[in-house]
Design a protein around this ligand. Structure first.
Ligand code: RB5
Length: 148
């Protein structure tokens, strides 16, 4: 699976460790859009390239890490075709895939442990969309993109 990933300074440390986890444990092809240090940066600048890579099909899924995951989700969701959410529990990651066909997950580097985030990422990357009644709801989200 092709995964695009990025963080701001609040998520930098965990992002670095998640890149290793994605490559070594999950066998993913990873594109890392930064940041490259703990120097303060603006999270929308890092959410955008990941969101655009997913929306264009260049990446299958996106992973963003900031202090809470919230700012990244707000920014990434502005890109048409992206369904991004802050996720702090593995069961929410499962439902985000099964029901929402989520394609960008936004993690907290400050309030959730690396081990918990690794589990969330694994569930996010291995759970399929259920389709069925959920497909019409996701299609209605896409219509909101068209109305922009
Ligand atoms: C940066 O201090 C912090 O605001 C950011 O990482 C994120 O939590 C925003 O939602």
């Amino acid at each position: 699976m092709r995964v695009a990933i990025a963080s701001d300074h609040g998520g930098f440390e965990q992002k670095e460790q998640l890149v290793t986890y994605l490559k070594d444990e999950l066998g993913c092809e990873v594109t890392d859009f930064g940041t490259t240090s703990e120097e303060s940066v603006d999270y929308p600048d890092y959410a955008e390239p990941v969101a655009r890579a997913v929306a264009s099909g260049e990446a299958d899924r996106g992973i963003l890490v900031c202090g809470t995951g919230i700012g990244m989700a707000l920014a990434a969701d502005k890109v048409p075709g992206v369904r991004a959410s802050s996720i702090t529990r593995p069961d929410f990651a499962q439902l985000f895939r099964q029901h929402n066909n989520g394609n960008v997950i936004c993690l907290s580097g400050r309030f959730i442990t690396l081990e918990e985030n690794e589990e969330i990422v694994k569930v996010f990357l291995t759970t399929e969309f259920e389709g069925g009644r959920h497909a019409q709801r996701v299609a209605k989200i896409a219509k909101l993109d068209e109305a922009k």
